[in-house]
Design a binder for this molecule. Structure first.
Ligand code: NCD
Length: 330
């Protein structure tokens, strides 16, 4: 799972149906044993709380095990290449989640293994599993995407979650508004991909004043400090937008306020008790969606599935590999 571009509507509806089942499973019995004997490796070269922990929780709740690689104490520090690290780890595990500061790193990983790879964030590139849980949350909160107004605000240049989410929302006829300072605009490549689908409209502005009262989903993002070359530039941009109860007073009564988290001041804590604040539900949904992804990728989306093939029952997620598997690959 490298990019949201691998997902079409049928795969999304299969994934979300399985995620609904996972939610019910967790709420009724905490989980089951369908991934017994399977191991997830998590290899994170960048910080993470939710993505890393929800993937681990997802695997453990389905009876699997987790191997967590500590980048700081691993041979990565001796200069081992990403491809060698992946080639080795894949001989221990069945599925691997990778977070890396370089765009395209997950695609490099896929080139050296037959194991499923989950892109858990590749620099400023994509964060597909986050966008999947975001879309699942949007549907749960406002019912549907068609005809809705989704406003993304903040660091749209460096925020990989909004890159993936915009591409995913492009599968629907909806309005996307991108609100950012000129220096943090949504990249041209993402805008072009949305336009090429021809369904969603995408507009940009520096202020949310004209759109806030029409917005169905307000998706707020953190200014990505770690991507700035200059501390001064980050300081000048970090607090351009802050969502407060005064802003929420301008919004629809049934709007959903979302954020991939962590927040560092973009949504004031005074908003947390507003019934429209969906960010904690959003992160909880992350575990259900990642349980569904792991089950589908490992051919265990049906509780009593005897199939162990990820090819026949992966829910229609199109393959991200070149398919040219050399004999040395695991
Ligand atoms: C995001 C990320 O890492 O891209 N966090 C997450 O995975 N929920 C957003 C961010 O760090 O701002």
């Amino acid at each position: 799972v490298l990019s949201v571009s691998q997902f079409e509507l049928a795969a999304l509806s299969k994934l979300f149906a399985v995620a609904d089942e996972m939610k019910q499973l967790v709420n009724t019995s905490g989980g089951d044993d369908r991934l017994k004997g399977r191991m997830l490796a998590t290899l994170f070269y960048e910080n993470s709380t939710r993505t890393s922990c929800s993937l681990q929780a997802a695997m453990l709740r389905l009876g699997g095990t987790v191997m967590t690689v500590n980048e700081a104490t691993s041979s990565i520090k001796k200069g081992e290449t990403l491809q060698d690290t992946i080639s080795c780890l894949c001989r221990y595990c069945d599925v691997l989640a990778l977070r890396h500061p370089t765009e395209g790193a997950a695609a490099e990983a896929v080139a050296v293994t037959r194991r499923p790879i989950l892109n858990a964030g590749d620099g400023v590139g994509e964060h597909p599993t986050q966008a999947l849980l975001d879309l699942y949350t949007i549907m749960a909160e406002i019912g549907a995407v068609e005809g809705k107004v989704i406003t993304m605000i903040g660091d749209l240049k460096n925020g990989r979650t909004v890159h993936s989410l915009a591409k995913l929302l492009a599968l629907y006829k909806c309005e996307l508004h991108c609100v950012s300072p000129p220096a943090l605009r949504m990249p041209e490549s993402v805008r072009a991909e949305v336009a090429a689908r021809g369904l969603a409209s995408l507009t940009e502005s520096e202020s949310f004043d004209a759109v806030i009262s029409r917005t169905d989903v307000l998706y707020v993002t953190r200014v990505q400090k770690e991507r700035f070359a200059s501390e001064a530039e980050y300081e000048s941009l970090k607090a351009v937008y802050v969502i407060t109860p005064a802003v929420m007073a301008l919004a629809k009564q049934d709007m959903a306020l979302m954020h991939p988290l962590p927040r560092v001041g973009e949504i004031s804590e005074d908003c947390d008790d507003d019934p429209r604040a969906a960010y904690f539900k959003q992160m909880e949904n992350g575990m259900f969606v990642r349980m569904a992804l792991l089950a589908l990728l490992l051919g265990k989306s049906e509780v009593n599935s005897s199939s162990s093939s990820s090819m026949s029952s992966n829910g229609g997620i199109s393959s991200s590999s070149g398919g040219q598997n050399g004999s040395s690959k695991c």
